[in-house]
Design a protein around this ligand. Structure first.
Ligand code: NAP
Length: 543
């Protein structure tokens, strides 16, 4: 174990955990600021979400040309995507391309699990320890662990009784041959919506155990043709600008300046029909501006989506089960469809309602028993989601001032300042922590990095040692986030059971995890804060 070190004798200026988009982006910007950085990751490869989520069909739901890092114009011009929504393999190839071209590998330690991170009051350094027993110090400690990375493992009776492979979707075993096998999938979120159409093609039988049906919108996958690639590359400055100015960090035109509530019903249907075949989240952001704030507008668009689903699903009973009920559209993150609904027309696919009709009773040696019958499986996949926003930080003992554990600090409320700073945790920065927006992640990540690196640069230039987030600024951001949340349809009490509010976590009360005031406004607020000299934190010099 390293002993406490004195000022400026840290092993690295910056230590970050997580070698996904955030880790790679940090290496670029921190190095550019003339500081040293080491990125640790427990995974055997870089890629973050794309190194863990290797289930069949795993692909980005953001379109490729804005689901990338934008710090190098050369890289944006050089890289060519093959399809609109790249699969995990292509996303990983892209990240290797970035790491190779920018010579990032010397800054990355893979297969290195960090088991604790402690703020050392005396030296002002953070001390991180690895599972192998090494320890390193740094002046600035950054969580780049991802906002959807720590799995939720459900607890069913006798789970260990099942003899076959049973794993979380984000831990898909390498080389697993599932062809000809009987597969049970628990969960019906974005992961299952992507996975099912692929596994059903070669599996003998697939059974989906669904608790809540989703509003699912079309992805409309397509190749990136030479012409499209040229158009993208000729317009990258505008694409980046659009992302920066969009409420979800995506390269969409918005707002469209039209409310559904002010539009005649015939015209509404015409607009929805026109936009539906275009695919992507554009359907939400390029049709009407009031879909997530006006309950009646939300109902109309929700009904439209349900009607489209019913046109695809042949069996009326299955279609009824697939109909989302009792919560507004977009209160749960809507998945994008790559043939999900048509897959339920196959003879080898079955949907089981475990919410009302036949809840799961227990796992058995050979499968799953519900209140109505026993199902036999060779493989069980737990596509049960993630402990979003806080899970990764809470899984690691991070101790701030006076030994306070971040996990304990967040016991009742996952408060922060803009998802970046936490009071009581000096010189700790988070990338897309709780109370940051939910948006196209590379956009938010790069905006967060600009903000964090600007703060670090200020400290370096002004010889400041300690950046202490102010409790009153944290209380103000938390109150502001809650106030905005109340103005959305997300705040419909019990109707909304979404990971976006941590409602999927057994041991926690739902809470406001997301800033819904618009990613563009959030990016503006970070810029304003940086321009004003970071009034949300108190800077100090050490004696
Ligand atoms: P999810 O949306 O949280 O879905 C988890 C599913 O498991 C839900 O259907 C949930 O039911 C069910 N579930 C959880 N615990 C359960 C239990 N104990 N018993 C029965 N059912 C249970 O997780 P996900 O599908 O992995 O997606 C999570 C997020 O990751 C997405 O919203 C998205 O942001 C991201 N993601 C992105 C992509 C992409 O961009 N390409 C792909 C996949 C995932 P309830 O709904 O009733 O809770």
């Amino acid at each position: 174990m390293a002993t406490e070190q004195v000022k400026n004798q840290a092993d690295f200026d910056v230590i970050a955990i997580g070698a996904g988009f955030a880790g790679l982006g940090l290496i670029h910007y921190v190095r550019e600021a003339g500081l040293s950085i080491r990125v640790f990751d427990k995974a055997s490869d870089i890629g973050g979400t794309w190194t863990w989520n290797r289930y069949p069909g795993a692909a980005s739901d953001s379109e490729c040309y804005y689901y990338c890092l934008t710090f190098s114009k050369e890289l944006l011009q050089e890289w060519k995507w093959s399809v609109r929504y790249p699969g995990w393999e292509e996303n990983l190839r892209y990240m290797h391309f970035v790491a190779d071209r920018c010579n990032m590998w010397p800054h990355i330690s893979l297969n290195t699990k960090i088991v604790s991170a402690d703020y050392q009051e005396k030296s002002g350094l953070w001390l991180v320890r690895t599972e192998a027993g090494e320890s390193f110090t740094c002046r600035y400690f950054i969580s780049a662990m991802g906002m959807i990375s720590e799995p939720v493992i459900p607890e069913f009776k006798n789970m260990t009784a099942f003899k076959g492979p049973c794993f979380h979707s984000a831990r898909w075993p390498e080389g697993l041959d599932y062809s000809g096998k009987r597969i049970g999938i628990i969960g019906s979120g974005a992961t299952t919506v992507q996975m099912l159409p692929v596994v059903a093609q070669t599996a003998a039988q697939v059974t989906v155990f669904q608790r809540t049906a989703n509003f699912v919108m079309p992805a409309v996958q397509k190749p990136i043709t030479t012409e499209w690639d040229q158009e993208i590359k000729a317009n990258y400055d505008q694409i980046i600008q659009k992302c920066r100015n969009h409420s979800f960090g995506m390269a969409f035109d918005s707002p469209v300046g039209r409310n559904l509530s002010d539009t005649p019903p015939d015209e509404v249907q015409k607009i929805l029909e026109e936009h539906w075949p275009r695919g992507s989240f554009r359907f939400v952001f390029e049709t009407f501006d009031d879909l997530v704030v006006n309950a009646e507008s939300n109902r109309v668009v929700g009904d439209f989506i349900i009607r489209k689903m019913k046109e695809k699903v042949k069996d009326a009973e299955v279609a009824d089960l697939l109909t989302p009920k009792g919560y507004p559209f977009f209160a749960k993150r809507p998945p994008l469809d790559h043939g999900y609904f048509e897959t339920f027309n196959r003879d080898n696919v079955k949907l089981v309602d475990i919410n009302e009709r036949e809840p799961i009773v227990e796992f058995t040696e050979t499968g799953i028993r519900t209140t109505k019958q026993s199902y036999e499986f060779d493989i069980i996949v737990l596509a049960t989601g993630f402990q979003a926003y806080t899970g990764a930080q809470e899984a690691l003992p991070i101790r701030g001032r006076n030994g306070l554990l971040l996990k304990d600090k967040w016991k009742h409320e996952s408060s922060s300042i803009m998802g970046v700073f936490v009071s009581g945790f000096p010189n700790l920065f988070m990338i897309t922590g709780p109370q940051a927006p939910f948006a196209n992640l590379p956009t938010s990540i790069e905006q967060n990095i600009h903000y964090i690196v600007d703060c670090i640069k200020k400290m370096e230039h002004e010889s400041l040692d300690v950046c202490d987030p102010k409790p009153d600024a944290e209380a103000a951001w938390t109150a502001h986030t809650a106030e905005i949340h109340q103005m959305t349809l997300m705040a419909q009490g019990d109707k909304v059971n979404s990971w976006m509010m941590g409602a999927n976590l057994k041991d926690k009360k739902p809470r406001v995890l997301i800033y819904f005031g618009g990613a563009n406004n959030y990016y503006d607020k970070m810029r304003e804060s940086a321009r004003a000299g970071f009034p949300e934190v108190e800077f100090k010099r050490r004696a």
